[in-house]
Design a protein around this ligand. Structure first.
Ligand code: MV4
Length: 451
């Protein structure tokens, strides 16, 4: 096991990684920007290094600064968390060359999934179901029009370097295709320096169901069940749950097998997520694979009893997966609510500022992953995630009842948060019934505005 590990991140995930290291007896090095001097990850780590000014490009994305912080402190490994450098193949490669263990997959695995056309191709080759679409990159408008007509409208135009909904366009019909195709290419070129796009049939009002996968350096790959992340807005997840209310045991088995096939097929090592769209008729399609620990990983921790961050560190240190031959059983139900510094009823406007009062919820089945404290100043430079409230129970109903009380007793004063919005969702009939699709939040907000 490592003696010392550097955490190349901030906020709740930095604290989450520090906790895992503490349990493993690994010393921690925090890095921080000038805006995060008063942050708890700096306070709770064994050592800390300031890596630059507030803007992420000058600090949490500043590769030379982070590598030298690791070298100066003698850290043997770097955990990137999520966001920032977590899926940066070049960073993974520089760590390798600097003899520092990157807690995550190797550069080739990051690249093979970061390029969505390659990922799609790889999955088709492996026999993992993908959305009907183009064979590869479509550069030419005439060819695009021909392929789109074959696929059938509506058609999705996606950036090969995109992901998570960035650089995506829908062409509802042939008449709109040319405009949407060119807009997607231009946007992809500007955003990623790569104008390549590909086409997929548009799955209308799908559910988003993702499988947690894990691989070790000895070729063992397992899945740890799914998370339903259909409650999103503008590709930001708001609520995630496990198990998914829409999967039958048969479908779960088939999708789990496909997820393991996907990860095994690229010799995947570490924590990964295989994302699928699920159609109203129960068809499922691979869309992306994320090669990092995700924000919503606690939902899986609570339903499996595993510590996924500790597992990541074990695997990175060359140890086999810690659980024995059979994969852990999923037990009970868990729902994660993302509390953001945003006014949900003002178009989710960011609301940074001073936290004057902080009172966390508690009780059976309540976990709170947060970096907040009374007197903490939420900086405006980073994403607005304040806390993740993970509620669990024997079944979905018990979980929702606990969640309502937890959200009612969760006090954050000084700034607006999404707590009131999340509480309203827990009282919505369609949410309570379960099995909503990715259009749920927009419909909820439209209906609410009409009332
Ligand atoms: C799609 C789709 C429909 N058909 N692809 C959005 C994020 C990215 N991961 C993929 N996304 C989608 N891809 C096809 N062929 C609909 C979405 C989509 C979506 C997916 C998951 C969760 C929420 C979503 C919200 C809007 C669109």
């Amino acid at each position: 096991m490592f003696n010392k590990l550097l955490i190349a991140n901030r906020g709740e995930i930095a604290l989450r990684i520090i906790r895992a290291c503490h349990e493993l007896g690994v010393k921690t090095v925090a890095v921080y920007s000038e805006a995060d001097r008063e942050s708890l990850h700096v306070r709770f780590s064994d050592e800390d290094v300031c890596i630059g000014p507030a803007p992420a490009k000058d600090s949490y994305l500043n590769i030379p600064q982070i590598i030298s912080a690791a070298e100066v402190t003698g850290a043997e490994a770097i955990h990137p968390g999520y966001g920032f450098l977590a899926e940066n193949a070049e960073f993974s490669e520089i760590c390798q060359r600097s003899d520092i263990v990157f807690v995550g997959p190797n550069p080739d695995q990051i690249r093979s999934m970061g390029d969505k056309v390659t990922a799609r191709w790889t999955m088709m080759d492996l026999g993992v179901p993908t959305v009907p679409g183009s064979d590869g990159v479509i550069s030419d408008l005439d060819e695009g029009e021909k392929v789109a007509a074959e696929i059938g409208f509506p058609v999705m135009i996606k950036a090969s370097s995109g992901g998570g909904g960035k650089g995506m366009r829908i062409a509802p019909d042939a008449a709109s295709f040319a405009d949407m195709f060119q807009a997607a290419q231009t946007e992809a070129g500007a955003a990623f320096g790569d104008p390549d796009v590909y086409l997929e049939k548009c799955i209308v009002e799908p559910k988003h169901v993702e499988f947690q996968v894990f691989g070790d350096q000895y070729g063992r790959v397992v899945h740890l069940g799914e998370r339903d992340c259909s409650i999103q807005r503008r590709h930001q997840k708001l609520i995630e749950e496990a198990p998914s209310p829409v999967l039958t045991p048969e479908l779960r088995e088939k999708m789990g097998e496909a997820a393991v096939k996907a990860a095994k097929g690229i010799d995947y090592v570490g924590a990964g997520t295989v994302e699928f769209l699920v159609d109203s008729d129960g068809s499922f399609y691979f869309i992306e694979m994320n090669t990092r620990i995700q924000v919503e990983h606690p939902v899986t921790e609570v339903t499996t009893g595993l510590d996924l961050v500790k597992e990541q560190i074990h695997v990175a240190a060359g140890e086999p997966l810690s659980f024995p031959s059979e994969i852990p059983q999923v037990r009970g139900h868990a729902i994660e609510f993302r509390v953001n510094a945003e006014d949900a009823f003002l178009n989710f406007a960011p609301c940074p500022g001073l936290i004057t009062i902080f009172h966390p919820p508690g009780g059976p089945g309540v976990r709170l992953d947060t970096h907040l404290y009374s007197g903490y100043q939420v900086p405006p430079q980073y994403d607005s995630l304040l806390a993740k409230l993970i509620v669990s129970g024997r079944d979905r109903h018990e979980t929702i009842v606990r969640a309502r009380h937890a959200l009612e007793s969760f006090v954050i004063e000084g700034i607006k948060t999404t707590i009131p919005f999340l509480h309203e969702i827990t009282q919505n009939d369609k949410f309570v019934a379960g099995g909503v699709d990715t259009g749920f939040v927009d419909r909820f907000l439209t209906e609410r505005a009409a009332d």
